[in-house]
Ligand binder design. Sequence first.
Ligand SMILES: *Cc1c(COP(=O)(O)O)cnc(C)c1O
Length: 462
Amino acid sequence: MSGTRRKSWAEPFKIKMVEHLKMTTREERDRAITEAGYNTFLLKSVDVYIDLLTDSGTAAMSDVQWAGMMMGDEAYAGSRNYYHLEESVKEVYGYKYLVPTHQGRAAEHILSQIMIKAGDIIPGNMYFTTTRLHQELAGGTFVDVIIDEAHDTQSEHPFKGNVDLHKLQQVIEQYGAAKIPYVSIATCVNMAGGQPISIQNLREVRELCDKYKIKIIHDSTRVAENAYFIKVREQGFADKTIAEIVREICTYTDGCTMSAKKDAMVNIGGFLAINDWDIFEKARNMVVIYEGLHTYGGMAGRDMEAVAIGVKESVQFDHIRARVGQVEYLGNKLSDWGIPIIKPIGGHAVFLDAKAFLPHLPQLSFPAQTLAAELYLEAGIRSMERGIVSAGRNKQTGDHYYPRLELVRLTLPRRVYTQAHMDVTAEAVLEVFDRRDQIKGLKMVYEPEYLRFFQARFEPLS
Ligand SMILES: *Cc1c(COP(=O)(O)O)cnc(C)c1O
């Protein structure tokens, strides 16, 4: 098919319905960001041109998914969409039993309550906010066993999501296998910047866990993106399909929690899937308390249908290549212009290194928060701070945590924006980069007690 002259590729879909975007003036954006206290979380969506705040629940569903929405069987019990979802999950991931939930954190809650006892230890390849919180609420303690390279912005390790087997072995020896209900393995680790784990590493983790009879629970939220990286980076997988690789990943784990708002391209939905009958039985009983009957678990029939279809679309090669390819396209463009980003480029987002971008700003002038605000001012692009504001304060001392990384995350929704939007985004970042010396920082003028990054307010330093 492809000749040697043809280097470009385009999105593997065409547009059938459009949502108009408001084009704003600099004055309008000035007013909007001032009203929002220089916090992109407080902007109104209508004032945003290109929204790269998150890839969660922001995907464009396909025409087939929308058609599926019309086929919702809204019976209270035994909806046919539940059975379709069960069949999809079995086919794509291979886990035996399914419990639907309204989103990923509900599956985490149920699983944590069933599997974790007070005093337990849960090793994992870097924490995720809701996952760790539910482990803690169940009385457990999360211990990070990801390889050191994951914390190193300069490392270009191809599988920064890998588990450090020595760290894992040490945790097992220190606490004893009886205290470890499971090892928590995320694919395409979100907090590491969308970095994959290799099959080789998964096999070794499985072997070690088998030796001690420890289960492995998979956060499968971005498993298809991980499978794509395995196909293009790991020796021996170039000829395997994404579906085959996803299945293989799942065979090394005993069950999963899933936020279908990511890989599966729905606006709301999730599930828990597990091979162990006893855990399933408990989960099926518990979902009734918190979510709804075990054949809908907090989703409408139509939502389950959209997930059932989205799960299958997520493992189509053309889709996933374009999805990860779009992230790489944006990242490479920025990198080629000398703009500091985290490498390797992840599966769902490009991270700007705000410390290197604005080296003249001390961390207490909030460089990443400042950069996110400047990007909005420049072109109406919404991104997210991942730095000192997100890190919060030490409850004991009251001082800020000073994270090593000050990042601005540009997260790409699936199938929503075109390559032209990526060009505009990259050019806007470049414009801000060109005038970086003139950029002054921010001061915090309002700080809520919990998760301050959502609602904190700032003013420009004069
Ligand atoms: C989003 C996310 C979750 C939580 O899922 P929700 O659907 O937002 O509740 C869990 N794990 C990872 C890796 C995620 O990205």
